[in-house]
Write a protein that binds this ligand. Structure first.
Ligand code: GLN
Length: 531
């Protein structure tokens, strides 16, 4: 049975609890501890699959196919380790389980209540990833802000866990905000005091206050927080605004945060080896050769919807000494004037759903092909490349995906034959990691340096095999296929500087310490051509 670190947040949302949780995970892992991270989203959604990226940002997918909050992606990047379905927990999931049990009669006629039945289920689900992975330390981030109605059953469950487990097996970290009053230039601690008071009202006394702040905490402020929140002064941890989230672990290390956490958990404070991370941050900050890459999408106003892609560009840029500057291009703007794509070193069309804006993406894919501009199509970005190629290079002017035109005479992208009769959308997506075999002599095989890969998926439609030959004859090569040859996973154009579409999401598995080869090669070619 592992030990637990619970992370709650106060004052306001969006303080970067996920980054603190992920950083702490990395710092403990680099001391040789087996660590896992869990995110609790107190929503009634059963998973993140039905949540709008406009509101919540990207939907991240684990290797075992769970649709999660973007924080899970952050955890994987910092921990440099795959997580699984049980690392993401929502209220919908908790109630779903309890209600199913109630229907089966498992509660033997008892009244089913939030305490104890919901809280028991929460505790079981919190323990699960630690048990499954054999982690010594489980870090659990409670989404939302202390005081939210939705969060109360979770805080109660955590309070119970603290009582049930030996004292040195749990540790509470509370992240708050120290606003800077611009008129006097003063840092104010009052909101922190209030949010700790709220935490105490539900029976939780934090062991640490992590204070998000614009300015360094003065000894005086630290003393004040320590006094009012009843934690030792060295348990007040500064979490200052930094240029890159990847600097946060190093700043928390400088605050001796992991050392003190281990002390509370009665675990030995082993030395840490942070050199690989320090090297990465150093290369990231020093990367100065700019390269401008356009992302053409529907939700480009909301960058969180593409967070894994942005991060993958950072990882690739750091590896190459290149600073990727992203131009966000709404697909509607491409439809109006293709000239918005002029001057870009490369074009990426990311994943997406629904008809709106898709014609602009098709035009962008075609423009990149004609103009010899490096093109990287991800999921929908691959599908629009296939549609564009069919229409403008293979003589099938009305080609489309049946997602956008169910009656198209040339459904080059379609549901699988066995799925075509299904009306429901739920449960019909291809989710999680699938293997692909890469063709001998293809560009992608050279990039991966391997003939077999595994990548994560999240889509419903597929390349229609009926068109494999016709499009192949016209020059679009299906260079990656599922092992049974029925699913086209990658297309590429030979005779073009770089034109690759992938049916999967390579951005999910790019990490600071292992940048994704497709992103590295794409950025490399863009940088070479723009210098
Ligand atoms: N809408 C497309 C499909 O369902 C692509 C999905 C995506 O880009 N993630 O197949």
């Amino acid at each position: 049975m592992g030990k637990f670190i619970f992370i709650t947040g106060g004052v306001l949302s969006g303080l970067g609890k996920g980054v603190v949780a992920a950083s702490l995970g990395y710092l403990l892992k680099s001391r040789g501890y087996r660590v896992t991270l869990q995110k609790i989203d107190p929503y009634l959604n059963v998973d993140a699959g039905t949540m709008n990226p406009y509101e919540h940002g990207e939907v991240f997918v684990t290797a075992d196919g769970k649709e999660c909050d973007l924080d899970i992606g952050r955890y994987e990047r910092f921990l440099h380790q795959d997580l699984s379905a049980s690392n993401y927990l929502t209220t919908g999931q908790v109630y779903w389980n309890v209600i199913q049990r109630e229907r089966r009669g498992d509660y033997l006629g008892k009244t089913v209540q939030i305490i104890p039945h919901i809280t028991e289920e929460i505790k079981r689900l919190i323990r699960r990833p630690v048990e499954e992975s054999g982690a010594e330390i489980g870090i659990v981030e409670v989404g939302g802000t202390v005081g939210d109605i939705e969060g109360l059953p979770y805080l109660e469950a955590l309070r119970q866990l603290r009582d049930e487990l030996p004292r040195e097996d749990t540790c509470f970290v509370h992240l708050t905000y120290i606003p800077l009053l611009s008129t006097t230039g003063e840092l104010k601690t009052k909101p922190t005091q209030h949010s700790v008071k709220e935490l105490r009202e539900v029976g939780i006394q934090p062991d640490f206050i992590v204070a998000r702040t614009h300015l360094p905490l003065t000894p005086d402020i630290r003393r004040k927080i320590s006094l009012f929140c009843d934690v030792p002064p060295e348990h007040v941890i500064e979490d200052r605004d930094l240029p890159s989230i990847y600097e946060v672990p190093l700043a928390l290390e400088a605050e001796a945060f992991p050392h003190r956490i281990l002390d509370v958990l009665s675990l030995p404070a082993r030395p840490a080896d942070l050199t690989a991370w320090e090297d990465f941050v150093e290369r990231l900050v020093r990367a100065d050769k700019p390269v401008r890459i356009g992302i053409v999408g529907k939700y480009v106003e909301l960058h969180d919807a593409y967070i894994s892609i942005i991060e993958a560009f950072q990882h690739a840029g750091a590896a190459l000494g290149t600073r990727v500057e992203i131009s966000w291009i709404p697909s509607a703007a491409v439809e109006e004037d293709i000239g918005v794509l002029r001057g870009l070193a490369g074009i990426l069309v990311p994943g997406g759903f629904g008809e709106r804006g898709v014609e602009g993406k098709i035009l962008a894919a075609d423009y990149a092909r004609r103009e010899g501009i490096p093109y990287f199509g991800i999921c929908l970005g691959m599908q629009v490349a296939v549609i564009a190629f069919a229409r403008y290079a293979a003589g099938l002017p009305d080609a489309n995906s049946t997602e956008f035109d169910p009656d198209t005479p040339h459904p080059v992208i379609d549901l699988l034959p066995e799925q075509r009769h299904l009306r429901a959308k739920g449960g019909t997506m291809r989710l999680g990691a699938y293997p692909a075999i890469l063709k001998e002599g293809s560009r992608v095989r050279g990039i991966y340096g391997s003939g077999e890969i595994s990548e994560r998926h999240r889509h419903r439609y597929e390349f229609n095999l009926d068109y494999l030959e016709a499009l192949g004859r016209a020059g679009l090569e299906a260079s990656g296929l599922s092992p049974d040859g029925r699913l086209v996973e990658i297309v590429e154009l030979s005779g073009h500087p770089w034109y690759i579409g992938v049916q999967f999401h390579p951005e999910y598995t790019s990490r600071p310490l292992r940048p994704h080869p497709l992103f590295v090669d794409f950025v490399r070619i863009c940088a070479e051509r723009s210098s």
